[in-house]
Design a protein. Structure first.
Length: 106
């Protein structure tokens, strides 16, 4: 079970530390789309049959949004991407590694 407060602080600390590794344009985009990490349940298959808990790290704000959102797996301690499919399934597409690597895969 994710301990919400500890997880929020851990993710925020990782993101803050790794923001400097991004190009200025990506860093600006991330800073606008960062949210306080929160628990979400995402499908781990495109049909939405299997689900798992993650922490959402970025979200849409209605301006220069991406088709993807960044989520964090607290068990595996890696970042990955979520995409909402046309069917409405919020699909966790997989883990990409550290925060900058995940952002660059968007």
């Amino acid at each position: 079970m994710i301990r919400q407060r500890d997880t929020q602080q851990k993710i925020s600390s990782l993101v803050t530390k790794e923001l400097a590794l991004l190009s200025p344009s990506l860093r600006e985009w991330v800073e606008r789309h960062l949210v306080t990490p929160r628990k979400v349940i995402l499908a781990t298959d495109p049909d939405g049959n299997e689900k798992k808990e993650f922490c959402l790290v970025t979200d849409n704000i209605g301006y220069e949004d991406s088709s993807y959102r960044v989520a964090y797996d607290d068990v595996k301690e890696f970042f990955g991407l979520e995409c909402t499919l046309d069917s409405g399934v919020e699909w966790f597409m997989g883990l990409f590694g550290d925060f900058p690597e995940t952002i660059e895969h968007m």
